[in-house]
Ligand binder design. Structure first.
Ligand SMILES: [Zn+2]
Length: 377
């Protein structure tokens, strides 16, 4: 008999207006000098200025040097800003990229060397040994769920290959999940990030790892996302649908403690080689990969179809995903999104090396990945 360990430790303040509670939380934790870490594009929008008005009474500084798929050099610049301000805490404000950088800024504020020496598969990986500064997270998209995650993705500046730092110390001390912050997201971003959330719930449920708690969360997350995503895309101001997507996004990220599958292996490759948006990449691959997984995951497909409100059982799951994509405006294949045949060898190489597919319900070879990418073109 194997002994398993489960933990769901993050405190989540969920609901419209939750952002107003950040200052009190930090003060109660003895923090006076937070550094807000955010995305360059977001920094130009009123949503950040409005949030900063709720930090009055604190000596808050801003690092807005996050852009694109975040790189190691962005993390190191953020850590330098932390030290220059004499900061005592980090506020991550933004989508998955900003939150991932914010977590690592906290690591590099109190650790030596370069952030890439802390990625899990570095040959001489350095341990995260020191207590990190207090970190709170405010997601402004509903997709990655990075706010509740214990990992952080960072790209190498030269190769754009995504590397991952894992540590329970990366968990936020509190999440302020405020759906007001997502009301201004354009439909295309809502659709792409929402498909990431849905994919996390589906792939983690399909993962064969033993984790019944996460299985329950993943199924409920899929149920919520399946209903809310088309509404959030169609009616951007629908606060209830926005709240549902923010919740489904966190549930997906909590569930993927039990790991993901081959859809994410493909998406990581598409991000690295073609700079494709992560959620869009998942959306473009999910029906192709799941059609192939179906043989190995029949009963789970029935369960997923049931919770997603799809009539006709597991065989209808993939056709439903295709219709959902149409409905939320994700159309065309990889080719229409800039992927070219000459990208294939590198895509296959990166996807095959990605750890995610080790928990795919069917083992995948390089030949399988080549077939997925060709089919999704
Ligand atoms: Zn994802």
């Amino acid at each position: 008999m194997t002994i398993h360990r489960f933990s769901f430790p993050t405190t989540i303040h969920f609901g419209p207006g939750a952002r107003r509670e950040v200052a009190r939380h930090l003060s109660d934790a003895g923090c006076r000098r937070p550094l807000s870490v955010t995305d360059r594009a977001l920094a130009a929008l009123p949503v950040l200025a409005e949030f900063r008005t709720h930090l009055r009474g604190l000596d808050a500084a801003l690092f807005d040097g996050v852009f694109g798929n975040p790189t190691a050099s962005q993390v190191m610049a953020g850590a330098a800003a932390f030290k220059a301000h004499g900061a005592d805490s980090v506020i991550g404000f933004g989508g998955g990229a900003a939150l991932d950088v914010a977590k690592l800024v906290g690591v590099m504020a109190v650790h030596e060397g370069d952030v890439l020496e802390y990625v899990w598969d570095h040959p001489q990986v350095r341990p995260i040994v020191h207590a990190l500064p207090t970190f709170v997270a405010l997601p402004t998209t509903a997709g990655t769920g990075s706010e509740v995650g214990r990992s952080s993705v960072v790209s190498q500046d030269d190769t754009h290959v995504k590397r991952v730092v894992f540590s329970p110390r990366l968990l936020a001390s509190a999440v302020f999940a405020d759906p007001d912050l997502t009301l201004g997201l354009p439909p295309a971003v809502t659709a792409a990030t929402g498909m990431d959330a849905l994919t996390h719930n589906i792939e983690s449920y399909l993962s064969p790892a033993y984790h019944p708690l996460c299985d329950g969360i993943a199924l409920e997350g899929a149920r919520i996302a399946a209903r809310a995503l088309p509404v959030a895309v169609r009616e951007p101001g629908n606060l209830s649908a926005r709240g549902d997507m923010m919740m489904a996004s966190m549930m997906g990220a909590i569930a993927f403690q039990k790991d993901l599958g081959a859809v994410h292996a493909c998406a990581h490759a598409l991000g690295a080689v073609c700079d494709l948006h992560h959620g869009l990449a998942n959306a473009l691959m999910i029906d192709t990969v799941l059609a192939w997984n179906g043989e190995a995951a029949g009963e789970k497909f029935d369960e997923l179809a049931h919770v997603c409100g799809v009539a006709g059982g597991g065989a209808q799951l993939v056709p439903w995903l295709k219709r959902l994509k149409q409905e939320i405006g994700i159309v065309g294949g990889l080719a229409q999104h800039g992927v070219k045949p000459e990208h294939l060898p590198r895509l296959v190489e990166i996807a095959s090396a990605d750890i995610c597919h080790q928990t795919n319900p069917r083992p995948c070879t390089a030949a399988d990945f080549e077939r997925f990418f060709r089919a999704a073109m």
